[in-house]
Design a protein around this ligand. Structure first.
Ligand SMILES: Nc1ncnc2c1ncn2[C@@H]1O[C@H](COP(=O)(O)OP(=O)(O)OP(=O)(O)O)[C@@H](O)[C@H]1O
Ligand SMILES: [Mg+2]
Length: 266
């Protein structure tokens, strides 16, 4: 009599095992370790200097304060970005003028004299319904990427705002709901730089968590991940690509707070 071979019970995977498929968990863990351990060693160094036998001078005090501040700020930034990447982002929506968001983002940037900022902000734009702090951070993150790409020689960061009315619906990838419907009013913010651009093979990776081409301490690879998550929460669109003339163009499209006026075609 033929007996059926005993079937193995279906493999059970713990949530951690599931996460590990494809190496995502190892990548995540080593990225966290990297983002925290490096600044932590700066803090340990500062503590050793404080505890050590060297007499305290003004120079030594400044050095210790700089180590402590830089180290703790890096850990703080990395932890906030990681939380925003992994946890739901809480929003508090208000009606805003997109140009004010751009101005707030620009004022938060650390600029050196080598970068020229060109602003072409259209006055009287329709308002947008946004979480002001998160959207300002997203715009600032795009500008920071532009500035980083123009180091050390400098260049021009051009930021433009304009109004747009969609004439047909436009769907975003797998989304079943079209994000923009015919008649939707939107505001478009474009950030263009004259930096080194992105290698074509890297373009599909840039929104991935922890993907970075920057050296340790210069980037965690979370800026675009978080910016995209914030823009998605607003049912907006974020596109990043190379400009034909060199450098990168980031295009952020946000639905306006005003009602659509055309019949929908979806
Ligand atoms: N304007 C740009 N010019 C050239 N490369 C860019 C630009 N914007 C993004 N990139 C590429 O995309 C990668 C991911 O960007 P992202 O903002 O997510 O991370 P990061 O800037 O490396 O680190 P973080 O934003 O966490 O400090 C960058 O490391 C860079 O390689
Ligand atoms: Mg960045």
């Amino acid at each position: 009599m033929n007996s059926a071979a005993p079937t193995d019970p279906p493999p059970s995977h713990s949530p951690l095992q599931k996460l590990e498929e494809g190496g995502a968990l190892s990548h995540f863990a080593s990225s966290i370790a990297h983002e925290v351990c490096n600044p932590l060693s700066q803090i340990v160094l500062a503590t050793d200097l404080l505890a050590g036998p060297r007499p305290m001078t003004d120079d030594l005090r400044k050095k210790i304060v700089a180590y402590l501040r830089q180290g703790s700020e890096r850990i703080d930034k990395a932890m906030k970005s990681m939380l925003q990447t992994c946890a739901p982002i809480e929003t508090s929506m208000t009606t805003e003028d997109a140009n004010h968001l751009v101005e707030a983002a620009l004022s938060s940037l650390l600029l050196d004299g080598k970068v020229k900022i060109e602003k072409h902000l259209t006055p009287g734009l329709p308002t947008v319904l946004v979480d002001k702090a998160h959207m300002t951070d997203a715009i600032a993150g795009l500008c920071t990427n532009a500035l980083d790409a123009m180091r050390p020689n400098g260049g021009t960061l051009t930021i433009t705002s304009s109004a747009k009315v969609f004439t047909s619906s436009e769907r975003e990838g797998w989304q079943r709901q079209s994000w923009f419907r015919a008649g939707d009013h939107a505001v478009v913010i474009e950030i263009a730089d004259t930096g080194h651009g992105i290698h074509e093979s890297q373009i599909p990776l840039i929104f991935e968590p922890f993907y970075t081409t920057k050296t340790a301490g210069k980037g965690a690879g979370l800026g675009l991940t978080v910016a995209k998550k914030i823009v998605d929460l607003h049912h907006g669109r974020l596109e990043v690509g190379n400009r034909p003339e060199g450098g990168v163009l980031a295009v952020l499209t946000l639905k306006s707070a005003i009602q659509s006026s055309l019949p929908t075609d979806s």
